[in-house]
Design a binder for this molecule. Structure first.
Ligand code: MLT
Length: 264
């Protein structure tokens, strides 16, 4: 399905019973909503599940490539409006978590709970910003496929890297992306705000999950969020790196399902 929000065509899926609470899946960089396939299959049995491709990625349009994380939050809220959803539980992985946290900060009335996966509240350090430039140059010079290989080499745990099917699925998702969209997203990530000061103000039930071998947003980032968010739950996903939902879907899905069943 596609809808126009803020002047751009966004791709999304909207499944599960309309009468049930809504979970909005927000993917990480450089992926797309397809990364949530195994979660959608399970969660749709009990919840309304919306998963969409953020502008610049997957099957959504990029526009002129000039946007920040604030635009990504605007798109999320506009999508909820278009689907007539008053409040939802955003489930965001990494970049998706940055969007979810900022959405909760700007639009607390639209967020009924939070699931923060393999993410952090801190903005990029200078070192992180410089690494964005390295990635942009690599994508422009060598293309998306080569970038996918080097990105997955860092993101996935060693056991996931030896799973040919998983690597092939993740590569396919990344390779759906165009260089312009990926480079634009990297710039948006580099200039995002730090949401750490907002964490103590979060009043909705919050689940934090992180792959035990996450090299990109390691356990300490999640633990810091856990210490700052009142009554939050923190769970370590075994045998998983940065894409914990894809690397250990069984434990990931069980953790999310238990959290939602407890009445987020
Ligand atoms: C992601 O998975 O969304 C990215 O690794 C986030 C980032 O690079 O900051």
């Amino acid at each position: 399905m596609r809808t126009i929000v803020n002047g751009l065509k966004l791709y999304y899926v909207d499944v599960g019973p309309r009468s049930r609470p809504t979970i909005v899946m927000i993917h990480g960089f450089p992926m797309g909503s397809e990364m949530w396939q195994s979660q959608i299959q399970v969660l749709r049995q009990r919840y309304r599940v919306v998963a969409y491709d953020l502008r610049g990625q997957g099957r959504s349009e990029t526009g002129d490539g000039q946007f920040t994380v604030e635009f990504l939050v605007d798109d999320l809220i506009a999508l909820l409006d278009a689907l007539k959803i008053d409040g939802a539980v955003p489930c965001g992985l990494s970049m998706g978590g940055y969007v979810a946290l900022r959405a909760a900060e700007r639009h607390p009335d639209r967020v009924n709970g939070l699931i923060l996966c393999d993410t952090k509240s801190e903005a990029d350090t200078n070192e992180g910003k410089l690494a964005r430039t390295v990635s942009i140059k690599a994508i422009k010079k060598d293309g998306v496929r080569k970038f996918a290989k080097s990105f997955l080499g860092v993101a996935l745990s060693s056991s996931a890297l030896s799973d040919r099917n998983l690597v092939s699925v993740a590569t396919k998702i990344i390779c759906r992306n165009r260089p312009l969209g990926l480079c634009a997203t990297l710039l948006a990530l580099a200039c995002r705000t730090d949401t750490s000061g907002f964490l103590p103000k979060i009043k909705v039930p919050t689940l934090i999950v992180v792959g035990e071998a996450d090299n990109i947003t390691p356990f300490e980032c999640s633990n810091r969020m856990h210490s700052s968010i009142q009554d939050s739950k923190l769970l370590l996903i075994r045998d998983a790196g940065h894409f914990s939902n894809m690397e250990n879907p069984t434990q990931f899905n069980e953790s999310v399902a238990n959290f939602l069943a407890a009445g987020s």
